[in-house]
Ligand binder design. Structure first.
Ligand SMILES: Cc1cc2nc3c(=O)[nH]c(=O)nc-3n(C[C@H](O)[C@H](O)[C@H](O)COP(=O)(O)OP(=O)(O)OC[C@H]3O[C@@H](n4cnc5c(N)ncnc54)[C@H](O)[C@@H]3O)c2cc1C
Length: 239
């Protein structure tokens, strides 16, 4: 069935780093945009007199008619240079109904540990999920968010995640930096060594992976090798 597209208006843009921006879209025909944390939307971008559709995970929790997307710039791509350089506040764009089944059914009364593994803007559905859990006061066991990026300055939603780390029981935020040298005291290297160490005891867990192909392919292989069943390994591929 074809997707329904709503008219959305870009109401705010926040620059996070030179390569990452947060975009806030309000659905003009709706008072509430219903979706489940983990889903994505498609944007129809008018580029060179053609429509170019690109998908983005919703980074905000359900509630209200405005959603947040967090996007990283692909300098040689078509869609993101348009989003970064041509889009201004007040611009209207067709934005699809929510799509995808990642992290469905929505978490309620979680009875097993959850391990979220992502790189870069792959954090988007996990941020939606965590905020939704807090909003709905969902009971849960341990939740680990293992976030991989290159440098400390690229850690997305850092203060928010550090706050959750302190205040949400059982939640651990573990940034892992592959290129940082200097004074960084946290995890260095890649996300893989971190979940392999934290889950070396093979405790019951469900793994959600989000980001680009190379990380997801490797994580699936390693988790299977560790003995986790493929039904416990869910993923959302960005390319
Ligand atoms: C479910 C999902 C969720 C995503 N969520 C996010 C997110 O939250 N944040 C984020 O930064 N990125 C996200 N992405 C990636 C995003 O959709 C884009 O691929 C990325 O922003 C690069 O777009 P680009 O147009 O700049 O690059 P391009 O290289 O132009 O395009 C990237 C991809 O778009 C497709 N594509 C390119 N040209 C065409 C064409 N002519 N016709 C059809 N398809 C084409 C190809 O799959 C290509 O690999 C997500 C992807 C998916 C599938």
């Amino acid at each position: 069935m074809p997707y329904h597209f709503y008219t959305s208006e870009l109401v705010d843009i926040i620059d996070v780093t030179p390569q990452v921006k947060r975009f806030f879209f309000r659905m003009l025909e709706l008072t509430e945009f219903k979706f489940s944390a983990g889903q994505f939307v498609m944007l129809d971008l008018p580029i060179q007199s053609k429509i170019t559709t690109r998908s983005y995970s919703i980074a905000s929790a359900p509630g209200g008619n405005t959603i947040e997307l967090i996007v990283s710039l692909n300098d040689s791509g078509l869609g993101t240079p348009f989003l970064f350089n041509s889009l201004k506040k007040g611009f209207q764009l067709p934005l699809s109904q929510p799509a995808g089944k990642f992290m469905q059914p929505p978490a309620t009364n979680l009875e097993t540990d959850v391990c979220l593994v992502c790189t870069g803007t792959g954090i988007a559905p996990f941020r939606a999920y965590l905020r939704d859990m807090v909003n709905r006061n969902v009971s849960h066991k341990n939740i680990d968010l293992i976030f991989g990026t290159r440098y400390e300055k690229d850690i997305l939603y850092r203060s928010e995640m550090e706050e959750l780390h302190k205040n949400l029981s059982g939640f651990r935020f573990v940034p892992v930096l592959s290129r940082e040298t200097g004074t960084w005291q946290g995890e260095k290297g890649y996300v893989h060594q971190v979940y392999e160490r934290l889950y070396a005891g093979k405790q019951p867990a469900i793994f959600y992976l989000c980001g680009w192909k190379v990380m997801i392919k490797e994580a699936r292989e390693r988790l299977l090798k560790m003995g986790y069943d493929k039904s416990r390994i869910k993923f959302e591929l960005y390319d």
